[in-house]
Design a protein around this ligand. Structure first.
Ligand SMILES: Cc1cc2nc3c(=O)[nH]c(=O)nc-3n(C[C@H](O)[C@H](O)[C@H](O)COP(=O)(O)O)c2cc1C
Length: 199
């Protein structure tokens, strides 16, 4: 019998007063209503790793850093991912890039999708993130959510909430439909393990 997939919703910024909790909690509430997967929030604040200072890439030498080991274990325990990401200077937040640099086999051959937020809905960050994840053998999905400046300003300055922008709910549901399909499909594929793990 196929195992029930476990999907992590990763909060990719850590600064005090971050906006990230708004889209994360909104998505988690939608995700919790599903009965075809388990979801959990993974907060980078809980994994304060140093800037990457390993002697070699982790493909060649495992880290000894305790926080990085805990982060790897958490990512390894999950079958698929939603990265909730801001856009910092047209790319992803440095803390997320650093966390990804600490990963290797834990995320290989798993699917990921994205909730971006920012001036252009975080689209430039999301596209950069796809490129980074390609190197980590991650299948990035077409369906995403982009929360733009109009919605952000509405929430930050006019007391609005995600409930005032219900069209995003439909995009989120469709995104999760596809993510669960990919998660099940790649779980099955990895269980056959007919492709040698490639560096
Ligand atoms: C260092 C930094 C760089 C930013 N660069 C961009 C950018 O390139 N494009 C954009 O749309 N927003 C940019 N912003 C604005 C962020 O989208 C906005 O501050 C958002 O709330 C950041 O996410 P956070 O609150 O979860 O940290 C930047 C914010 C910071 C702090």
């Amino acid at each position: 019998m196929q195992k029930r997939p476990k999907i992590g919703i990763i909060i990719s910024t850590t600064r005090p007063g971050r906006f990230a909790d708004v889209p994360t909690n909104w998505l988690f509430n939608i995700a919790k209503q599903r009965d075809d997967a388990d979801f959990e929030i993974v907060d980078l604040r809980d994994y304060p790793m140093p800037f990457f200072e390993e002697k070699m890439a982790l493909a060649y030498a495992p880290t000894q850093n305790e926080v990085a080991l805990r982060w790897q274990k958490k990512i390894s325990s999950l079958d698929g991912y939603v990265f909730v990401t801001a856009e910092y200077n047209h790319s992803i937040p440095a803390v997320l890039k650093n966390a990804l640099d600490y990963l290797y086999a834990e995320i290989h051959r798993k699917p990921a999708t994205f909730v971006g937020y920012g001036g252009t809905g975080g689209s430039r960050a999301v596209e950069h993130l796809r490129n980074i994840l390609a190197e980590e053998h991650v299948a990035s999905l077409k369906h995403t959510v982009h929360i733009g400046m109009v919605e952000m300003l509405g929430m930050l300055r006019e007391g609005k909430s995600m409930a005032d922008y219900p069209f995003h709910d439909d995009f989120a549901k469709r995104m999760l439909d596809h993510l669960v399909w990919w998660t099940n499909t790649l779980n099955e594929g990895r269980s056959r393990d007919e492709v040698a793990e490639a560096a």
